[in-house]
Design a protein around this ligand. Sequence first.
Ligand code: R5P
Length: 294
Amino acid sequence: MSLLFSYPDYEEQAVLLAKEAGYELGAIDIHHFPDGETLLQLETDVKNRDVILFCSLNQPDSKAMTIMFFARTAKELGAKSVGLITPYLGYMRQDKRFHEGEAITSNIFAAFLSQHFDSLITVDPHLHRHKEMKEIYTIPAQVIHAADAIADWIKDNIDKPVLIGPDEESDQWVSDVAQRAGAAYTVLTKTRHGDKDVEVSVPDVDQYADHTPVLVDDIISTARTMIAAAGHLKDAGMKPPVCIGVHAVFAGDGYEALQKAGAGKIVTCNTILHPTNAIDLIRLLAEHLKEREG
Ligand code: R5P
């Protein structure tokens, strides 16, 4: 039976995952010293065990050292394998050197995780220029998709939806969700001029005037992408859009700004804990793990 450890704050999800997937829960103590350094202690014996760390990698810089300490220590103490379940995998968006001298952090972070962990499972990573995880991960890296769960939520909650993807990358998620929900969809184009300076094309939605617009994206971070798209929908005279994101990154004032911008309802999956979590993916993850364990 695998031993599942949880990064702080995600214990409730880990308990559910362990119960559903048939894992034993391990105990870990993470202490941050006043100087910012971290002491980590595995309180459950890992010798000869398959060990898994459950840790969503939003705010990855603050977690990277700790998860590396975890993996190294588990191996030193005799763990057979050390896997990572990370419902949100950070550092996937900088998949190209956009400007001279920039680091391609998606590749560097993938190399870092591949060096310390033996396997990885995540939910809808931002695969754009990299089409598959194996292009940058050298360990088995499996992807779980949220499309079915999102489509079910839309079917149960939205009358006459029309799905709108705010940029070209979102096409892969939006088209999939739309097909599963039996809904129409359209995809816009986006130009990002800066962190909070985003321009999206004007949607052609005249034929959907009596529909409920549903914006679907993988990540909501500053929310400026959703806000720009929502602005166009308002100008087009549509109802306030339902905004659905797989990953509730919500950096800075993103959440409040999206609320103020007139979003009808803001809904996310629980890959990152946030008040907008309304679509559960932990059971989906558990089912996948159960199947994998055979
Ligand atoms: C990247 O293109 C992603 O798919 C999202 O569209 C993007 O991360 C959203 O970022 P923000 O909320 O900061 O506009």
